[in-house]
Design a protein around this ligand. Structure first.
Ligand code: FRU
Length: 334
């Protein structure tokens, strides 16, 4: 740590940080002033080094991101010397860029970022990295390798497993719909690429991908896109959405059209109160776990702050949840 910076950093936390342990998910349209919050920073034992970790979160409008922040806080709570400073970019890459710059200017000890999109955040991340602030990129990647470490599940692999599963669910002849996550973000790109590999249309001529649209990870968009798919196709057999909110939006559109029983729905994320619940309730046929990496990010931040070297990539696992295995806690994908 740069001792000279500690006072400045602390002032930053106090001035911008607002309330201790208060989340800052503002209502849509709320002022950007509400986009910072802090957590942690309890009494520190004599001689223990204080650590400020800046967290740049791309949005808090989706349950999975709220879970990521909660996982970061839970892991940090075990370390009273750690204070987390959260920034919520409210799904705006330019705002996220400005917030990354603010955190760097405040000399956080480590930056954790889950970027909205790869291209616009690549340079800001590289700049922080070159200022010798360790940067942990979480879940969505940036381009190139100018960051300290990336933590996340293998989205191409999850997509590939989803493709194989959709092929099994579809049978010999089927019309398939793909609702994509934001295609300027790496999980969207990778879940799409892997899906096409797993589906292997070239060797399965009875399968047809009849509709494909970018729903930008958002349930209302997925619902709207699915309405178009339903209007254009009299028969749809399987819907693959890049996340559970997307799969649920598609289900709601099918239900409103009285067609939900005609097709199967597959999603990704598997939050207990979201995707796993949908599988239990018979809404989704399957979902794949997408771990937030919050606990791993805190562990890595502590190692980096202690001057240790960490791997450049940390790949997290996944699990498959179906009707058949959901009550047993799903099954690991080996
Ligand atoms: C939340 C989310 C998740 C998805 C992840 C991909 O913002 O859309 O549903 O799995 O981002 O980065």
């Amino acid at each position: 740590m740069h001792a000279r910076d500690f006072g400045r950093r602390l002032a930053f936390v106090l001035v911008l940080g607002g309330c201790h342990e208060k989340a800052s998910a503002p209502a849509p349209g709320a002022s950007p002033a509400a986009t910072t919050s802090t957590a942690g920073g309890g009494p520190v034992a004599a001689g223990e080094r204080k650590l400020v970790i800046g967290v740049s979160q791309c949005n808090l409008g989706e349950p999975w991101r709220v879970q990521m922040n909660a996982d970061l806080k839970t892991a940090a709570r075990k370390h009273p010397n750690v204070t987390l400073v959260f920034k919520d970019a409210q799904n705006d890459s330019l705002r996220q860029r400005a917030q990354v710059e603010e955190l760097a200017a405040a000399h956080v000890d480590v930056l954790v970022i889950s970027p909205k999109e790869a291209a616009p955040l690549t340079k800001p991340v590289a700049e922080v990295f070159h200022q010798k602030i360790p940067v942990i990129v979480l879940d969505r990647a940036v381009d190139g390798d100018e960051f300290t470490t990336f933590v996340g599940a293998d989205n191409q692999r999850i997509g590939r497993e989803a493709g194989k599963l959709v092929r099994e669910l579809a049978g010999a002849r089927a019309n398939i719909v793909e609702l994509e996550g934001l295609m300027t973000s790496t999980p969207g790109q990778d879940r799409h690429k892997g899906f096409r590999e797993g589906l292997d249309l070239a060797n399965h001529p009875g399968l047809e991908l009849v509709f494909e649209a970018d729903m930008a990870w958002l349930e209302p968009n997925a619902r709207k896109e699915m309405e178009s798919a339903l209007a254009a196709h009299r028969k749809i057999d399987v819907v693959y959405a890049h996340n559970d909110p997307g799969a649920h939006g598609a289900y709601l559109a099918a239900k409103a059209a009285g067609r939900e029983h005609e097709m199967k729905f597959v999603g990704i994320d598997a939050l207990p109160q979201e995707g796993v619940r949908y599988v239990k309730d018979g809404i989704l046929d399957a979902t794949f776990a997408y771990p937030t990496g919050g606990a791993e990010a805190i562990a890595l931040a502590l190692e980096l702050a202690a001057g240790k070297t960490v791997p450049h990539h940390v790949t997290l696992g996944t699990r498959l949840y179906t009707k058949a295995n959901v009550d047993q806690g799903g099954e690991a994908i080996q």
